[in-house]
Design a protein around this ligand. Sequence first.
Ligand code: FO1
Length: 329
Amino acid sequence: MRIVVLAGGIGGARFLRGLKAAAPDADITVIGNTGDDIHLFGLKVCPDLDTVMYTLGGGINEDQGWGRTGETFRVKEELAAYGVGPEWFGLGDRDFATHIVRTQMLGAGYPLSAVTEALCDRWQPGVRLLPMSDDRVETHVAIEDETGERKAVHFQEYWVRLRASVPALAVVPVGAEQAKPAPGVLEALAAADVILFPPSNPVVSIGTILAVPGIREAVAEAAAPVVGLSPIVGNAPVRGMADKVLEAVGVESTAAAVAKYYGGAERRPVEGGAGLLDGWLVDEVDADTVADVEAAGIRCRAVPLMMTDVDATAAMARTALALAAEVRK
Ligand code: FO1
């Protein structure tokens, strides 16, 4: 079975670990978000690609969900001693090696997709990890600073330095309009038996992937059923601060609102919208919202959605695959 997953960082990576356990013989292609990428110290850092690669490759710092295990921070300390910032983004010594290899290969002319493939040769994640695009896309967040001035900050500064403590007035994937899907992305979507939206951030992760021209259309027109899992449980994000960026796009922080944000595939012929979802999983605490989601033309099931361990996540993945089989067009 060919499964394609649009994944962001921590939530997407943890879901993929369960999906691999649930479907060990499946051919899984991950389309990774690169809007979180940031250039620091002359290096290109790809947080969401690295989180998927490290998590599935066994090198992730499990508690954080990002960065490497057994990290030391000598280089970071030395940079700070030179007064070279920013200090708010914690890059460890082992992680630096990934960014050095990546930047060296990019500098030699390799596209990000080839670089990612080379890095995955070491980590063997057990999935094909494709960046959404080889072109530079960087998510910026419009905020109002302390003087009331409206300004844009890089997503990582909003997320890590500001801890999303101020409202996000707008979320802009800078460069998305000019970006092209990376080689293999559209082909994978067209050939997929199932397309999954894991519990990643609907705006800055999956939303950013869908903002690359051609990808949203490819999902909407794919023969495969599209099933998503809600990142919102009991009207709050399970992890991270998805509610902050959902607010920026006018979507309330509920499992049903996120489903409607992606849109119901059944609506597509009628409303002409690029409704994407055939099925949606909500947590049992949101069982009362199933009817609302189904009214939007999206088949909905209420199941446990807390990824407490690999077994729990594998159960979620199995349910998502079962729902995909049920809604198959
Ligand atoms: N997140 C933090 O909250 N604090 C950090 O210092 C931090 C450093 C960092 C370094 C490399 C990397 O790949 C990810 C890092 N992250 C950090 C997480 C990152 O902000 C998120 O993983 C994604 O951008 C959101 O999915």
